[in-house]
Design a protein around this ligand. Structure first.
Ligand code: 5BU
Length: 456
């Protein structure tokens, strides 16, 4: 069965209807697709499953699913023809989140391809993907029989998912018109309706956080996406290194608590260097306690970090109280949230990352973005696609070559990071241990900037 024959069959069995239909949203649509009855027509079901097999046979996935009810029988036929395992999610119990929401066997981390009959807006697909991700699967691709949406593909792409469709509304209209099965007026009516429900494109993603703007501006002025992680343990080494690399970096990342001879002279000198070489100061303190404790850790104690670091890092494990505690009454300071880490076997999973994004949406004034890593360019892209608008990505675990260290640090390349969407790369030993750190920092800066410029 060809695509065209399939559409005509749908029309014959009444699965494509024109008239006046009130949708769930309350909108009145001049057309309606209902593929539920297709299961009672074996030749149509077989035909559409063959078309789907052709569409997806070369895609990369481990298991297949169909969204109940309509797409499930279709997906099972396709799975059987492709000799791929099928799973599906219970429709009824998923709200309780008690685990075991998936029927069928799969390995954690399995790539799951999702089949559905229709796409109207991207919203329910995104929810479905997130439900599967909660269960430990990776969702990248959706395949639908009919794309009747106005912006479905774009909506999914924004979240890092790809939509594939067998056929779209425009093709159906064209075919029905050529077969004289629909009037020109009706076509106009359908087109006017779909245009009217199309979401206006977001014109600009306004960045409300002044420190985010400052960092972006400095990246552009200095043509540098390089953040140096200056992990040395004496002030002498610290400032000697800064003299070698200061002019190459946009931001300096410190761990003040690893400096053996830290004293009251350290901060004024650091500030002097930050003026001299024009970089931002970022203390990688990784706050993780309850709000009241982190408030003191930030403002008091030996380091008084609030006084000198414009950015800090924050774990969200204690919940949003941490952001309330840290930034209560504090101005002109911002943070990066650890919604993923670079170390092997870290305990962060997709659900945790997503929860971080949800919280951060409420605090755009004190969060500038996320730390993040990934196994390859695509993986990082998918991570970044889920960020709330205006958030930056800083990627540690970067060297000129891929690799790892003896304590679980994993390295991707400069190009992997920036192509994946990193706004800055965080580099420590790749530069610190080089024979000529100044020269090495220049190489990192240039390689990162070259990729970044391509994206601009
Ligand atoms: P390296 O020498 O380039 O491996 O140093 C990386 C730095 O980034 C080091 O200071 C870490 O504490 C920091 N880091 C990281 O490596 N991975 C993470 O996920 C986070 C921070 Br968050």
């Amino acid at each position: 069965m060809t695509k065209e024959q399939f559409v005509l069959e749908l029309q014959r069995i009444g699965a494509i209807k024109f008239g006046s239909f009130t949708l769930k949203s309350g909108l009145v649509s001049p057309f309606y697709f209902d593929l539920r009855d297709m299961i009672s027509f074996p030749e149509i079901l077989d035909g559409v499953s063959n078309l789907l097999v052709e569409r997806i046979k070369d895609m990369d996935f481990d298991v297949l699913t169909g969204i109940p009810y309509t797409a499930l029988p279709i997906a099972s036929l396709v799975a059987s023809k492709l000799n791929k395992p099928l799973v599906y999610m219970r429709k009824e119990e998923k709200a309780y989140g008690t685990g075991n929401n998936i029927i069928g066997k799969f390995e954690k981390g399995a790539k799951c391809l999702v089949i559905d009959d229709l796409i109207t807006t991207g919203a329910s697909k995104i929810e479905t993907a997130e439900d599967y991700e909660k269960e430990g699967m990776i969702v990248k691709d959706f395949v639908v029989v009919i794309d009747r949406s106005s912006n479905g593909k774009e909506d999914l792409a924004e979240k890092g998912y790809e939509l594939h469709s067998l056929i779209n509304l425009a093709e159906i209209l064209e075919l029905l018109e050529s077969e004289k099965l629909i009037s020109a007026e009706k076509i106009e009516e359908v087109k006017t309706f779909t245009a009217s429900i199309a979401k206006p494109k977001e014109i600009s993603k306004e960045i409300p956080n002044p420190l985010t703007k400052k960092l972006i501006n400095k990246i552009r002025e200095k043509k540098s996406n390089l953040v140096l992680s200056l992990d040395v343990t004496t002030q002498k080494d610290f400032f000697e290194m800064l003299d070698k690399v200061g002019s190459e970096i946009v931001m300096l990342k410190t761990h003040a608590d690893i400096i053996d001879d830290y004293d009251e002279k350290f901060v004024p000198k650091l500030q002097e260097y930050s003026q001299k070489y024009d970089f931002i100061i970022f203390e990688d303190r990784k706050f993780a306690d309850i709000g009241n404790t982190v408030k003191h850790q930030y403002q008091n104690g030996v380091y008084k970090i609030r006084d000198w670091a414009e950015f800090v890092t924050v774990h969200m494990v204690a919940g949003e109280g941490i952001l309330k505690g840290l930034f209560n009454g504090v101005e002109n300071r911002s943070s990066f949230v650890l919604a993923r880490m670079s170390s092997k076997g870290n305990l962060i999973n997709e659900t945790y990352s997503r929860k971080c994004f949800e919280i951060v949406r409420k605090y755009p004034n004190v969060v500038s973005g996320f730390i993040g890593h990934g196994k390859d360019v695509e993986d990082i892209k998918r991570y970044k696609a889920k960020f709330p608008a205006g958030m930056l990505l800083l990627t540690p675990g970067v060297k000129l070559e891929r690799g790892s260290d003896a304590m679980g640090q994993q390295y991707i390349t400069v190009e992997d990071a920036i192509q994946g969407g990193a706004d800055c790369i965080i580099v420590g030993r790749g530069i610190l241990k080089a024979e000529d750190p100044g020269k090495e920092a220049k190489i990192y800066r240039e390689r990162a900037w070259r990729e970044y410029e391509k994206k601009m």
